[in-house]
Design a protein around this ligand. Structure first.
Ligand code: MRU
Length: 350
């Protein structure tokens, strides 16, 4: 399988979902079969599928799976219960709640139907899936246009924002792919992204498969690379963007943005409009997921911390808008993001 053919999420016409298990990549390519909304929620919670847009797409198909179930309860109640389970799977990526809201709109239009409107819901889930790819292709070109304003350079990215995290092509990694195709970047520096190693296992693998030059480094090497003047742009994705432009993304993004400002490296955030949450005024209101202590105390079977030690394991942080040079979304580029600039671009696409 090459990166361009990666299909992390596949709807099968006999009525089930297949997810490429991202926890064992790049070593083993296992597929998880998902047949209910509960299983879809578990796959999201357990990181079988991850990345904000991919989580939203999976949740949409999860609603379809609930609609396919036969039981005696009324279908609207059954679907509401399924959506509550899906909504509780991970708290930070707003694409999850956005996708569920889209599915709820379809339900509302069909509220007089006697049986669950499976075909309409599937059409909606497929549209969410397809649009994500289209958005990423559009953002890829817009982001590449920004890079084209200066000489070709090396870029740094964090976590995985590629085909695996989305409906295809990727957000930040989509810009990197498009820019590479236009010969605007010379190399990608991927941070390993502790503790799940999305950068090492997923980003380095996606880029390597496509022959895009990539150097992997421990997260803490980033400031040295920037200090050495080796990075032109820091390009990252987002899990939720507040109305004022504050960006929640993978833990470590805030430190990278602070370092980037110090060393004169430009910061680009790439996210579709489904990642913006205008109901959240600023980043302090964004819920930050904290995951299990075992993610830090263990590496596989191996114990790497004292037993019973107090653990803090937030998996996202919030970068203030003031540290971001540009947010790229499918509707346009928001330079020097603030409340007004964001409202201008995002409210027009709602
Ligand atoms: O915990 P993860 O792997 O779901 O976190 C993913 C990220 O933080 C990505 O940067 C973000 O979802 C954007 S993906 C296009």
């Amino acid at each position: 399988m090459s990166a361009s053919t990666i299909m992390p999420i596949r709807w099968c016409d006999d009525g089930h979902l297949e997810l490429l298990d991202q926890r064992t990549l790049p070593d083993r390519h296992l597929v998880r079969t998902v047949t209910s909304a509960e299983e879809a929620a578990a796959a999201i919670r357990e990181m079988v599928v991850r990345g904000a847009p991919a989580i939203g797409i999976t949740a949409a198909y999860g609603v379809v799976l609930a609609a396919l179930e036969q039981d005696d309860s009324g279908w609207p109640d059954r679907l509401e219960a399924a959506m509550a389970t899906l909504a509780a799977s991970r708290p930070t990526a707003v694409n999850l709640f956005w996708a569920l809201a889209r599915m709820r709109e379809v339900m509302a239009l069909q509220r007089h139907a006697e049986v669950a409107p499976v075909a309409k819901l599937l059409e909606a889930a497929r549209a969410i899936h397809r649009k994500d790819l289209d958005d990423n292709l559009a953002m890829g070109e817009l982001g590449a246009d920004l890079i084209a304003r200066s000489e070709p350079c090396a870029v740094m990215t964090h976590c995985n924002t590629g085909a695996l995290a989305t409906g295809g092509h990727g957000t930040a990694l989509g810009v990197i792919r498009s820019a590479w195709n236009r010969r605007l970047i010379t190399r990608v520096h991927a941070n390993e992204t502790r503790p799940w190693l999305q950068g090492a296992r997923l980003t380095a693998w996606e880029l390597d498969q496509e022959g895009i030059p990539v150097t992997l480094a421990v997260d803490s090497a980033a400031s040295l690379l920037m200090a050495q003047g080796r990075i032109g742009w820091l390009i990252v994705g987002a899990d939720r963007i507040a109305a004022n432009g504050d960006v929640a993304n993978k833990i470590g993004t805030l430190a990278l943005a602070v370092q980037a400002r110090h060393f004169g490296v430009k910061v680009m955030v790439v996210a579709p409009s489904s990642t913006f949450d205008l109901e959240v005024a600023s980043g302090v209101e964004i819920p930050i997921e904290c995951r299990d202590a075992s993610e830090l105390t263990h590496q596989g079977e191996r114990i790497v911390a004292p037993q019973g030690i107090d653990i803090y394991n937030p998996v996202f942080d919030v970068t203030p808008a003031s540290l971001i040079d540009a947010i790229v979304c499918e509707r346009g580029v928001i330079e020097h993001p603030d409340r007004t600039a964001i409202a201008r671009v995002i409210e027009t696409c709602r």
